[in-house]
Ligand binder design. Structure first.
Ligand SMILES: [Zn+2]
Ligand SMILES: [Zn+2]
Length: 356
C-alpha cells in the first residue's frame, strides 16, 4: 500500500515546510479545476489532500508513523465524507494558500534597492568636452539607527511565525492568512524613532560623476550601486543620469554633426572668398568657392562633436546663408547696373555649375 509519504513524494523525515511545499505543488497539479473530468487526477487529489491532512498535523503524523493506517482508524480520515463540502469552500482559501511566499512581501525578506533617475543638464560645450562634476543626489539609504530593520518585531503567537492559520472544513484543514500579522509571521512591537519604522531614511549625497565627451540629449549613464539602499543586505539599485543638452545660440546639433549658418554676401559667394567660422574648439577658416549657391553646405571634417566610446568625431557643417545687400551706395548701385547690362553677354558663364 502506498504511504502518505510516497503520495506526497517526500521522505519520512520531511519537515513541515517541505510537506507544505510538496502538497502545494501536487495539489496545484491535480486540482480538479485544472483537470476537469479527469477521474485519475481527482483520485490523486483526494489522496494528496488526505496525506497532507495527516502529515501536517503533528499528532496525527505521530500516530501514523507509529501504527500506520491503524493508528488513524478512530479518526475516520480515509472516508473523506466532507469531500464535496471541501471543494465548494476551497475556492477562496485555495488562492490565498497558494499565493503564500510568492506575492506577499514578508517583512524579513531582503528587498533590492530601487533604481534612481537624475536629470543632468549640460551646455553643448560641456557635452563636447565631457566633464567631471559633483552631483547632489537625494536617495533613501539604510537607517543608521536600526540598520534597516525599521521596527523590531515579535514572532506572531497566533500563527507561530508561519503567517497562516488553519481552520477545519469538513475533514480538511484549510489554511488562510493569519489575521493577526497579515501573513508576515511577526508583529511590530515598537517603531524606530529615526525612520518611523521604514528602515530607510532620505539622504542627500554628493556623488562624483564623470561625463564622457560626446553625450547627447537622451544619453543615459549608469552609476552602479548608487541608487536606493536595499533592505537586509540586499544590493542597492543603480543611479541613471539622464543627459539633456541645452540649445546653443550659434550651433545646431544633429547627432555628431554641428550646423552653423555662415552669412556670405552674394558678391562674395559669386567671386569666392574665405570666411572665418566658429567651432567648439575655436575659430577656423573656410574657403567659399566661386559661384556658391544659397543654402549650399560645406563640411569641415572632425570639427563636430566627439564620438562616444572612441568613435570618430562628427563634422562642422557650414550652411551658406546668402545675404542680399539692402543699403547700397550710389556707386554700388551704378556698378550693379553695369553688371546687369553685361548679363546677356555670356560673362556669367564662369559662375555656372559651382554649387558645392
Ligand atoms: Zn500570525
Ligand atoms: Zn530606523
Amino acid at each position: 500500500m502506498t504511504t502518505y509519504y510516497e503520495i506526497l513524494e517526500i521522505s519520512r523525515e520531511a519537515p513541515l515546510e517541505e510537506i507544505r511545499t510538496a502538497y502545494r505543488r501536487l495539489a496545484l497539479k491535480y486540482h480538479p479545476d485544472k483537470n476537469p473530468g479527469d477521474k485519475v487526477a481527482e483520485d490523486r487529489f483526494r489522496q494528496i489532500s488526505e496525506a497532507y491532512q495527516v502529515l501536517a498535523d503533528l499528532e496525527k503524523r505521530q500516530l501514523y508513523d507509529l501504527y500506520g493506517d491503524a493508528g488513524l482508524a478512530g479518526l475516520d480520515i480515509s472516508g473523506l465524507s466532507g469531500f464535496e463540502d471541501i471543494f465548494s469552500s476551497f475556492g477562496e482559501a485555495f488562492e490565498d494558500f497558494f499565493s503564500f511566499g510568492r506575492s506577499r512581501d514578508r517583512w524579513d525578506e531582503p528587498q533590492p534597492g530601487a533604481d534612481l533617475r537624475q536629470p543632468v543638464v549640460l551646455t553643448l560645450e560641456e557635452a563636447a568636452r565631457g566633464m567631471d562634476t559633483c552631483l547632489s543626489v537625494e536617495r533613501r539609504v539604510s537607517c543608521p539607527q536600526c540598520q534597516g530593520d525599521g521596527s523590531p518585531r515579535q514572532t506572531c503567537s497566533r500563527c507561530q511565525a508561519t503567517g497562516q492559520v488553519s481552520q477545519s472544513k469538513g475533514l480538511l484543514k484549510i489554511f488562510t492568512t493569519c489575521p493577526d500579522c497579515q501573513g508576515a509571521g511577526a508583529i511590530i512591537t515598537s517603531e524606530c524613532p529615526v525612520c518611523q519604522g521604514a528602515g530607510v531614511i532620505s539622504e542627500k549625497k554628493q556623488i562624483q560623476v564623470h561625463i564622457p565627451p560626446g553625450v547627447d540629449t537622451g544619453t543615459r549613464l549608469r552609476l552602479r550601486g548608487e541608487g536606493e539602499a536595499g533592505t537586509r543586505g540586499a544590493p542597492p539599485g543603480d543611479l541613471y543620469l539622464e543627459v539633456c543638452v541645452a540649445h546653443h545660440p550659434v550651433f545646431t546639433r544633429k547627432h555628431k554633426d554641428l550646423y552653423y549658418r555662415a552669412p556670405v554676401s552674394f558678391v562674395e559667394a559669386a567671386l569666392g572668398t574665405e570666411v572665418e567660422v566658429p567651432s567648439l574648439t575655436g575659430p577656423t577658416r573656410l574657403a567659399i568657392p566661386p559661384g556658391t549657391q544659397p543654402g549650399a553646405t560645406l563640411r569641415i571634417p572632425g570639427r563636430g562633436l566627439p564620438g562616444l566610446r572612441g568613435k570618430p568625431a562628427g563634422d562642422l557643417v557650414v550652411v551658406v546663408d546668402l545675404q542680399t545687400p539692402t543699403r547700397l551706395s550710389e556707386q554700388q548701385k551704378q556698378l550693379l547696373q553695369e553688371f546687369l547690362k553685361l548679363k546677356d553677354t555670356g560673362e556669367l558663364d564662369g559662375f555656372k555649375g559651382m554649387e558645392a
